[in-house]
Design a protein around this ligand. Structure first.
Ligand code: NAD
Length: 355
């Protein structure tokens, strides 16, 4: 019997290769914006330059940093208020849209997001801000970008390593959605489709980084993953990665890419039906086999110690993750289990040993 409560978030999505600047212009006109703030880590980005020529934004704000430090958020909010900004356009990865979300959270100014990675923040109503080495996240519909403009030519410039890590970050949204607190048949269907798209897309662009169809398929997978994640909520994997990112300033996408097989190994026996569907999407005997085959093919990063995480941080990290791990996780999570998982992920040991 089906019995669930699902919310679909309202958002406009414009998709088209080489269309980002044109779609941005149309969207600004449609919204009747008078004072525009562009948020991007790079003022030199060709899309930012095009937008500047076409739309003459009031401010181009480039003080973007990973995990949205509170100081950056406050400064961007003050700039938006001082200039009476009524529309923001973020151009960049999760850090650029993350800063726009921090501004939207306190000002209500809408966001048009132009993503250049597969992080997926553009499709969620989740915000995150880091203060005193702790990342706080929250959910607020005011931070959901009103419009997302996808253009597959923009992810084509990602360096290969970041493309792989960011693609696996997207895959983590789908896999974690299969057992996250609000998992349901709708977000699971999106997540499974996303796993198929991401596997095909990332494999294609690994073979040929100029393959535009591969970039489009990966972007579609990233979007579907993020929609599934926004609906299902943060599962065990996301709780671990948010703590690691905020407390130890680890690189976001790489951390997700490394931790994912350990969480999948930990949960797959206790979530048999979800794991079977993930395995089918990978066309592999088990979910973990499928993920590991893809990771090997792409040359994914595999040890947290290579990201700056220290062995001596494991005990504290386990302590921080334990209280935020959802009680609905398929397998009960203990301090000992988290310590074993983080130790294995730190060393890059075999995930199979956690099953
Ligand atoms: P990022 O935005 O920090 O980008 C990583 C690096 O890649 C930066 O140096 C950036 O300038 C560069 N870059 C981005 N796009 C590029 C391109 N196309 N070509 C070349 N270089 C490019 O990293 P990210 O992984 O996209 O985002 C991470 C942040 O997003 C974290 O703070 C994370 O918490 C947040 N996030 C939030 C959500 C959410 O739902 N709220 C979801 C996912 C990620």
């Amino acid at each position: 019997m089906l019995d669930f409560d699902h919310t679909t978030l309202g958002q406009r999505v414009l998709f088209g290769a080489d269309r980002a600047a044109d779609n941005a212009r149309l969207e600004v006109a449609r919204r009747g914006a008078r004072s525009l703030m562009v948020i991007s880590s790079s003022a030199e980005h060709p899309v930012v330059q095009q937008i500047c020529r076409d739309l003459q934004p009031t401010i181009v704000y480039t003080d973007v940093a990973p995990h949205v430090p509170i100081g950056n958020a406050e400064a961007a909010r003050a700039a938006a208020r001082n200039h009476h900004i009524d529309l923001m356009i973020s151009v960049g990865g999760g850090s650029a849209v993350g800063l726009a979300k921090a501004v939207a959270l306190s000002t209500g100014v809408p966001i048009v997001a132009i993503p250049t990675t597969y992080a997926g923040s553009e499709a969620t109503n989740v915000w995150g801000i880091t203060e005193n080495h702790r990342k706080t996240t929250g959910v607020d519909d005011a931070v959901l970008p009103a419009t997302v403009i996808y253009d597959a030519t923009l992810t084509a410039t990602l360096p290969a390593e970041l493309s792989v890590a960011s693609g696996l970050n997207a895959l983590a949204h789908s896999i974690d959605a299969m057992w996250a607190p609000r998992t349901d048949p709708i977000n699971q269907t999106l997540a499974i489709e996303a796993i198929t798209d991401l596997t095909a897309g990332l494999s294609a662009i690994h073979t040929d980084p100029t393959d535009l169809a591969g970039h489009e398929r990966t972007l579609m997978g990233a979007y579907l993953s993020a929609v599934a994640f926004a609906s299902a909520g943060s599962g065990m994997h996301h709780k671990i990665c948010h703590v690691l990112g905020g407390a130890y300033n680890l690189p976001h996408a790489q951390t997700h890419a490394i931790v994912l097989p350990y969480v999948l190994a930990f949960n797959q026996r206790a979530a048999r039906s979800a794991a079977a569907r993930i395995a089918d999407a990978f066309d592999a005997p088990t979910a973990l086999d499928g993920l590991q085959a893809l990771r090997t093919r792409l040359g994914a990063p595999h040890a947290l110690r290579d990201t700056g995480f220290r062995k001596s941080d494991i005990a504290e990290a386990a302590e921080l993750v334990l209280p935020v791990t959802p009680p609905s996780n398929p397998r009960p999570v203990t301090r000992e289990a988290l310590t074993a998982l983080l130790t294995a992920a730190w060393a890059g040991a075999r995930p199979e040993d956690l099953s």
